[in-house]
Design a protein around this ligand. Sequence first.
Ligand code: CAO
Length: 424
Amino acid sequence: MAKALEGIKILDFTHVQSGPTCTQLLAWFGADVIKVERPGEGDITRGQLRDIPDADSLYFTMLNHNKRSITLDTKAPEGKKVLEELVRTCDVLVENFAPGVLKRMGFSWERIQELNPKMIVASVKGFGPGPYEDCKVYENVAQCAGGAASTTGFDDGPPLVTGAQIGDSGTGLHLALGIVAALYQRNTSGRGQQVLAAMQDGVLNLCRVKLRDQQRLAHGPLKEYPQFPHGEFGDTVPRAGNASGGGQPGWILKCKGWETDPNAYIYFIAQAPVWEKICNVIGKPEWITDPEYAKPAARLPKLKDIFATVEEWTMTKTKFEAMEILNKFDIPCGPILSMKEIAEDQSLRATGTIVEVDHPTRGKYLSVGNPIKLSDSPTEVTRSPLLGEHTEEILRDVLGFDENRIAEIRNSGAVGQAQRLAAE
Ligand code: CAO
């Protein structure tokens, strides 16, 4: 079956996490993603957090599926020439170098347009134009600068970063959408354009509800926050613990086994339309008509006590038993799943959200497949490339170089040695 982005060639100059997340998605939608890596070393994550000696790390393999790898020293004269040819041939260049790197390499936006006016140049940077535009940025810096850390955690503790990689993977997602939109516009404009996704902007976009709350604060306390009615509100959005970000109050509650299992918890939402059912399930039918509890506004100042009462009930059930009972009554809730439980979840395997991939040097490993499902463009996850595995193939098939030219490039040292399969 044809894929959504079939025929699109991506010149993938990305490394670490943010950019590779983006190009991996494009590859899953069928684009030919050509990853350009420095000879010898490649993407730095190949060697980071290694679990198996000499094998590409899970960090790398889980972010670079379905791509081809060419090694190229883009600072060497021959390497530069090859890169120019790739710019002429490809549709999109994606990069997440530190600010200024691409220009120093000799590939300014102006130069790229000279080479290929249809090319889309897509970049992840830490910050957009402004005082921090020249800064190098990693995940947690973006979480802090984008408003996530100041609004995450408990009020009496320090700011917290989250496990979800909203700075890197989140920005990669934003960039992928920008690229697809630019490709669509190119159909009518005939021109390429620059696409910028700044990590601070991406995180802030995901923290939109907190900027909402910042403005609500000017009109009185945030009544769904755990600080209400006893705590003081300052002039900025406080950390809300596990309170829900929406209009339906929620909290994380202990379940049976919490004393020994760090994940024996459930997220419980006291959704107004099912209040009656909640009262019946937890054995508090009198709350249905009690004016102190019957209406959402009356409940807001008592949320802490209400959740403590619900918790007395959830503590008598495992998180899965509680899920089953509550879902029968359409009471929104969610088990706190550990990574172990997720890795073993058969339904996630069945949908391809968790996939097992085989790799020649590391063997079988689990990965997260494409979380976006297209009915006419199914995703088959294939392993990440070895360093430089497709160098000759790309020079020959994508750029149309003959054997003499390939030998010339190889002899110049611009492409280095490819990583070999153990059997070769
Ligand atoms: N051939 C020759 N040189 C190459 C090359 C190649 N194939 N690929 C990269 N290089 C060179 C670059 O030209 C650059 O050299 P100069 O500094 O001399 O111009 C050098 O490698 C390093 O690039 P870098 O500055 O991007 O890499 P770094 O490790 O120092 O910084 C990072 C990493 C992530 C902090 C930085 O790239 C960055 O801020 N990126 C933008 C934000 C981002 O994506 N952050 C998220 C990363 S995921 O956690």
